[in-house]
Design a protein around this ligand. Structure first.
Ligand code: PLP
Length: 397
């Protein structure tokens, strides 16, 4: 017998929960709040910039491997403008096919088979697959809900205990998908202390850096003392500018780390998104009012959906950042919540009220810890969210 086509490293990643839930939404005509893509495109002038680049023949042929110079300069200017971080556009910046490729290239570049990666779970689904493709071993540290604080938080002792002599790097995500947590300065300082003590690299996924609400603040790990030289920072235009299909991402890191990531990246896509790179270079120069407008608009949407979910009976972890709301379904009772099983709950949700959400358990190794949590996205038009909130009223008659 031939062995199955998919290799053992990837066997557990056959299909994603998003595919199942998207198909369910279409089959049942439900509103899909499972998928995290905006239903309205980003700024018109950025779209026009892409059209201009196409017409002017900028980026229609292979752009330079590290990314077009205008975009690398714009990424450096962005890190300086928002965080006071200085990077050299020629040696410390790499443009990638979205944050996803940046993550994959970083893991493939930095890991030897058997190296351990300490990652905060629940995690974005490409992390586990990326670690597996690189031959690494993932070691989850579970973010725990703190009902009093209304947020998920990091248990620093758990993180410290997860590090072994085989740990190569810590993989972070802040603002955090799916919990909406923005790691605090104290949490980041504790991570930094452990990384320095144990001489670890940190790969930090900051794609939601501009989607932060109220008085919360995104703090890049690289801005903490002693961290710039060991941190690979990843971001992307997809979430910041609402062009998730363009797949323009970037890495900033010190020269030795950046060179390593570039070595892996050049054999993944080599280059991608030529004309869009030029458009995003322009997008990054938008005034502060663009970023404030995006935040304010999303905060209103967050409040609308969070209030609707709370009224329907969910425990809501009101997110400090990202465009996701994680809920605990158990207060809905054993029948509606399927005994607190998020997957069964999500499979039944279209029939109950015409909505689709995503069960967080798929973002955990420790499935049980994630079982009762379900994620809803609020990066949708107001009319869609209003209709969703209306439908939620049918959930608990
Ligand atoms: C959306 C998302 C990504 C992927 O970003 P792309 O630029 O589309 O590849 C990476 N990490 C997290 C946490 C995300 O939510």
């Amino acid at each position: 017998m031939k062995r199955p086509p998919l290799n053992r490293r990837l066997a557990e990643f056959g299909t994603t929960i998003f595919a199942e839930m998207a198909a369910l939404a279409i089959r049942t005509g439900s509103i899909n709040l499972g998928q995290g893509s905006p239903d309205v495109d980003g700024p018109e002038e950025v779209r026009e910039a892409a059209v201009r680049a196409l017409r002017d023949g900028r980026g229609n042929q292979y752009p330079p491997g590290p990314g077009v110079p205008e975009l690398r300069a714009a990424v450096c200017a962005h890190q300086q403008r928002w965080y006071g971080l200085e990077y050299d556009p020629d040696r410390e910046v790499l443009i990638t096919a979205g944050a996803t490729e940046a993550l994959a290239a970083s893991l493939i570049a930095l890991l030897e088979p058997g190296d351990e990666v300490v990652a905060l779970e629940p995690y974005y689904d490409s992390y586990a697959a990326g670690i597996a493709m690189a031959g690494g071993t993932r070691v989850p540290v579970t973010l725990r809900p703190d009902p009093e604080a209304g947020r998920y938080r990091l248990d620093v002792d758990e993180l410290r205990d997860a590090v072994t002599d085989n740990t190569r790097l810590i993989l972070l995500n802040t603002p955090h998908n799916p919990t909406g947590t923005v790691l605090t300065r104290e949490e980041l300082a504790a991570i930094a202390t452990i990384a320095i003590e144990r001489d670890l690299y940190v790969v930090t996924d900051e794609v939601y850096e501009h989607l932060v609400f109220d008085d919360h603040k995104h703090i890049p790990l690289a801005s903490l003392p002693g961290m710039r030289e060991r941190t690979v920072t990843i971001s992307s235009a997809g979430k910041t500018f609402s062009f998730t299909g363009w797949k323009v991402g970037w890495v900033t890191a010190p020269p030795d780390l950046l060179a390593a990531v570039r070595s892996a990246k050049q054999y993944l896509t080599f280059v991608a998104s030529g004309p869009f790179q030029h458009a995003i270079a322009e997008a990054l120069t938008l005034p502060d009012s663009y970023y404030a407008g995006l935040r304010d608009e999303l905060a209103v949407k967050r409040d609308l959906l969070a209030d609707g979910l709370a009224t329907a009976g969910f425990t809501v972890f009101r997110p400090a950042g990202t465009y996701f709301i994680t809920t605990d379904i158990r207060p809905l009772g054993p029948e509606i919540s399927a005994d607190g099983d998020g997957l069964a709950f999500c499979r039944g949700l279209p029939e109950r009220c015409g909505l689709v959400a995503v069960p967080n358990q798929f973002f955990y190794d420790n499935r049980e810890a994630g079982a009762p949590f379900v994620r809803f996205a609020f990066c949708k038009r107001m009319s869609v969210l209003e209709e969703a909130v209306d439908r939620l009223k049918q959930l608990t008659p």
